[in-house]
Design a protein around this ligand. Sequence first.
Ligand SMILES: C[S@@+](CC[C@H](N)C(=O)[O-])C[C@H]1O[C@@H](n2cnc3c(N)ncnc32)[C@H](O)[C@@H]1O
Length: 290
Amino acid sequence: MSFTLPPNTLYPQGTKLSDETFQLLRKYIYERTGIFFADNKKYLLESRVGRRLSALRLESFPEYYSALLNGIGAGELPHLINSVTINETFFFRNDPQFIALETLILPELIKKRIEQGNYNIKIWSAASSTGEEPYTIALLIREKFQARYPAVKFEIVGTDINTQVLEVARRGAYKEYSIRNIPRLYMDKYFEPHGDQFILRDEIKKMVRFNQMNLFDRGMMKTMQNFDVVFAANVLIYFDFNSKQVVVSSIYDSLNKGGYFFVGYSETLYGLTQAFKPVHYDKAIAYRKE
Ligand SMILES: C[S@@+](CC[C@H](N)C(=O)[O-])C[C@H]1O[C@@H](n2cnc3c(N)ncnc32)[C@H](O)[C@@H]1O
């Protein structure tokens, strides 16, 4: 099977995704990722999966679905997931969250750790996409905390289900769109302009480890333990009520007692779980595991 055609090659003209195949494909994706395509998102699935038809030189969506079930499934799943996820992100995306992290949460955690004589602080960007969110955290820690607290070890992990965005994250080269919110100080100190890109310096890249992780996979999620802060921002919106509950419950288990959980600006845990205590900051909410 060939994967060599460019991803934006058009799938055969006139190929339409029927309601029946839409239902089958969305169930297939949902069961493996928790991502739910509502009826009004059919057009999105049609165009995204259409790229896979082109790449595999298949003629129709039912043919693609049969191929998924009969043979190419295991190898094709990552390609399918890479095609259907929405990966929009940028540095300092939700600034009030990072202000709360810098001015209140990290100072509290550092103080606690020093008192306990345990100098590890673990932070997880759980839907990191191309890396802007975990690198924002790394920039803050580098600039504001590392020199002041040399004994404290900050571990930052970025994970995503999409293997392509993780490759981009590891490269650490960004365009104007991604860097538009970065304060001047950080741009001057930690980025190197190169053509139309801005390359993140190695000292920051080295602070973040990237791995693939499916938030909907309870087994995989059990390997993520003892985190002090988890960001799962702008990802719950792609799940339905059931998959949100599964993901949020796994994240709860991944957090230390007293650890903090951030979701996106337009997302909430209200109505999903009462396991966390909401902590209100200026224009931001974190959910604390009591
Ligand atoms: C819109 S981006 C959010 C990026 C960043 N957190 C932010 O707020 O800017 C959503 C990310 O969630 C990832 N994603 C979707 N479903 C996932 C799952 N089941 N497990 C892990 N990541 C998932 C997508 O691949 C995508 O990169």
